[in-house]
Design a protein around this ligand. Structure first.
Ligand code: 1GP
Length: 253
C-alpha cells in the first residue's frame, strides 16, 4: 500500500526531523462558532493537523465539527475514533487505532472488522496506528471505556517493546497517549525509549498543558504533539506551543 498524502508528509518529516503540531477537537465540547475561531487561530499559528474525536461521544456533532473545520481552513482533519461509530467520510483521514498496549481484542481488531467495509468505500486516508495508553496518575475515560490496563508510567522498556512489536506488525504510526485530561503527560523517558526503538513517526498526547511539557516531549523525540484540553482551557497555549515547535523546526535548517 503506497502511503497517502498525510502519511507521506509524516514520513518526510520523520526523515528531516521536522516536528508537527496537532490540535484535538472534541465534538462534544465545541460548536460551529468556536470551530471557526479555532480554525483561524490554527491557520495563523501553523497548526499541522486537526484530530477530531474522543473515546466517548455523547452528541451528534462529529459531522458538523469536521465540516466546519474543513470549510474554514485547509488544515487536514484526521478522525481520532473511539469506536466504529465515529467515522465521518467528509474528513481527510482516520487514525485506524489498534490498541496494542491493551489485551482487549475488540480494540485490537474487532471494531476494525466492523469498520472495514465502510472505510473501504470512503475516500478517507487510512493511517494504521499502534495506539498505546500510558498510565498517567488516575484512570482516564479511554482506559475505562476500552477496558484495558495502560502501560505503567515508569516502564519505558515495556513501552519500547510494545512499539517495536507494533512496527513489526506493519503499523505506520505509534501514538503514545496519557489519555485526555491526564494528570501527567507521557514521561520524556518513555518517549525517548520508544523513539529509539522504532523508525515510524511517534505521536504524543494527553495531559500536555504547558509549553514546557510540549518542549520536553519534543526534546525526547515526539514527532507530533497533540493537545486538546489544554487549548480548550487556555487558547493562548496554542500560540505558545506553536512558537516552540516553529523554533525547534527553524533550528534544523
Ligand atoms: C487525548 O492525546 C489526546 O487522547 C489529547 O489529550 O486533551 O489531555 O490534551 P489532552
Amino acid at each position: 500500500m503506497n502511503p497517502g498524502k498525510i502519511l507521506h508528509q509524516l514520513l518526510l518529516n520523520r526523515t528531516s526531523g521536522r516536528r508537527s503540531f496537532a490540535v484535538l477537537v472534541d465534538p462534544d465540547k465545541t460548536n460551529p462558532p468556536a470551530c471557526l475561531q479555532l480554525s483561524r487561530a490554527a491557520l495563523e499559528n501553523r497548526v499541522d493537523f486537526f484530530l477530531v474525536g474522543g473515546s466517548l461521544l455523547t452528541t451528534t456533532f462529529l459531522n458538523s465539527t469536521v465540516r466546519t473545520l474543513k470549510a474554514n481552513s485547509n488544515i487536514p482533519v484526521i478522525l481520532f475514533p473511539g469506536s466504529n461509530l465515529h467515522i465521518d467520510p467528509s474528513a481527510d483521514a482516520i487514525l485506524l487505532l489498534s490498541l496494542i498496549s491493551g489485551r482487549n481484542p475488540d480494540f485490537l481488531i474487532g471494531q476494525h472488522v466492523i469498520a472495514a467495509p465502510v472505510l473501504k468505500k470512503s475516500k478517507l486516508e487510512i493511517l494504521p496506528t499502534g495506539y498505546m495508553l500510558i498510565e498517567s496518575g488516575k484512570p482516564t475515560t479511554v482506559s475505562y471505556i476500552s477496558n484495558t490496563t495502560p502501560i505503567p508510567y515508569d516502564k519505558p522498556e515495556v513501552a519500547a517493546c510494545t512499539a517495536m512489536a507494533g512496527e513489526m506488525l506493519g503499523l505506520q504510526l505509534i501514538y503514545l497517549d496519557a489519555g485526555s485530561g491526564a494528570q501527567r503527560p507521557v514521561s520524556p523517558r518513555t518517549i525517548a525509549a520508544v523513539r529509539k526503538s522504532v523508525e515510524v513517526p511517534v505521536v504524543v498526547g494527553g495531559g500536555i498543558t504547558t509549553p514546557q511539557a510540549a518542549e520536553e516531549a519534543l526534546q525526547a523525540g515526539a514527532d507530533v504533539i497533540v493537545i486538546g484540553n489544554g487549548i480548550e482551557k487556555d487558547p493562548n497555549l496554542l500560540v505558545e506551543v506553536s512558537e516552540r515547535i516553529s523554533a525547534y523546526n527553524k533550528a534544523l535548517l
